[in-house]
Ligand binder design. Sequence first.
Ligand code: F6R
Length: 616
Amino acid sequence: MCGIIGVTGGAQVTELLLAGLARLEYRGYDSAGVVLEDGERLWRARAATGTRSLEDLAKLVEDAPARPEAGVGHTRWATHGRPTDANAHPHLDCTGRVAVVHNGIVENCRELAAALADGGHTLVSDTDTEVIAHLVEDELGAGAELAGAVRAVVRRLRGSFAVGIVRAEEPGTIVAARRVSPLVVALGDGPEREGLLASDIPAILGRTRTFWTLADDQVVTLRPGSVEVTDVDGVSVAPRSLHVDWDLEAAEKGGFDDFMSKEMHEQPQAVRDTLLGRTLADGTLAVDELRLDPAVLDQVDKVFIVACGSSFHAGLVAKHALERWLHIPVEIDIASEFRYRDPVLDQRTLVVGVSQSGETVDTLQAMRHASSEGAPVLVISNVVDSSMAREADGVLYTRAGPEIGVAATKTHLAQIAALELLGLALAQQRGSLSPDQLADLLAQLGRTPELIDDVLGRDEAVAAVARRFTDVRDFFFLGRHVGYPVAMEGALKLKEIAYVRAEAYPAGELKHGPIALVEPGTVVVGVATRNRLWEKMLSNVAEVRSRGATVVLVADDGDGETAAEADHVLWVPPAHELLSPLVDVVPLQQFAYHLARAHHLDVDRPRNLAKTVTVE
Ligand code: F6R
């Protein structure tokens, strides 16, 4: 998740930029850069040295102009293009007189870049951001001043963005704009009243506690002591002001108590960003780096998914969707087991590794094994240029942004979305779904962020249910069909952050043994939204109820029949059955979260666990 910052005015532009970037560090980054404007020209420094980038940038800045009037800075978390110097922000136009920092995704960057190249521009990076600098250049060439040029460009961009732009010809001015991606602006409280902008409050919290936020497509011109906001047509508007009394740590968590809660709330955006711009006008999928011949994909007659933990659960959801949409077998294996048996693989088996970190050694080794057997390998990862991304034949990045809480939440949802998108793209290529079916499924997938948002708004209701079970040390989780991996994920969350035993079963399996454990007082959490096995699921629930279990069910809004089988209901808005895990897993994350909080546990750093597992 990139972070942007801008400072205009005062004697400490460079220092404030660097200090602000350091405060955006917690968002994660792989490269960093600044542009300083000194009244005559723009001076740029960039470093793409991973978590050392800020240190290295500080060294480069020792050669910067002594007294810049304004500057913009950026910490980059790669989404388009590898983390290299050339891809690090700020990006310049052809003249080197306009510089842009950007957080977000320009969905139509490919078509804009093609048009710019036809118009004689030379683009030198692989980023979506660079097009913005060149588009601004064109508008300035037609006589606009910077704010007018940015308004014109905003109209042409699709996707999400928060941008900060400086121009050598307009010293002391920063123009910024946003759509969806976060942006705050402010004036320093000191006598210099420097103009400030940032992705996030912590970056500039030391200078003031009063901020303004912009609505979508508003454009702000910042100068020392002055903040002018207009809508995209140039009509002045009053920005919304915000006063915060958080300390720095609370500000990094965006006002949430912990990163896990913040990241759960980022889930709608994570899914939205993962879907954004991926389906091209001809309906095909824009894979970030597909080093596979499409003819290879045409021949695929089996898919094999390998992953661990929450990523494995995302893969299990995808198995249902891909088999339905592609009519070919989809196998899934725990990555740590895969290469120690003899999986049957050949060049017609597409092996899909799923890993938020892209570094999990079990999954990496499983992928290597598949490659050595001649199978084409694709990875779904959240980290650009991770080991898996470098080694696989193709990469589809989830764009959840860095996840700091150890328990996977937003990366898990983004993985499900990416896998389903992959399934739809393959279905299109192979003609296994009709154009109408594809369009309908894509539209329904596109609506899932709203449904997730809706569930997040019901957090207090889930917390109230969770608090009733603070003394329980043993839970059963049940589900059927896609509800089963959801139940597994709910149980895993409970184990890892609340340290409570939780076993997940496909509900039909109960009668083959586990039901012997059910007695009065046993707590059973079931996923009972209306998938194709819903009726059978309710019968299984009736079996445990009749043995005295206390039952908590995830159910579709208004489903009285399901509610009649439950002691407590976690309501969710209904979704297409194959997409429903994106929605149904959210109350189970919340349930685990609130139980862990009730036990006063550190949800962000559960014991014995690491965010990236690089040992076997
Ligand atoms: C659970 C969790 C782990 C990971 C697993 C795989 O909340 O985070 O189960 O899902 O360790 O990690 P990645 O996806 O990085 O390969």
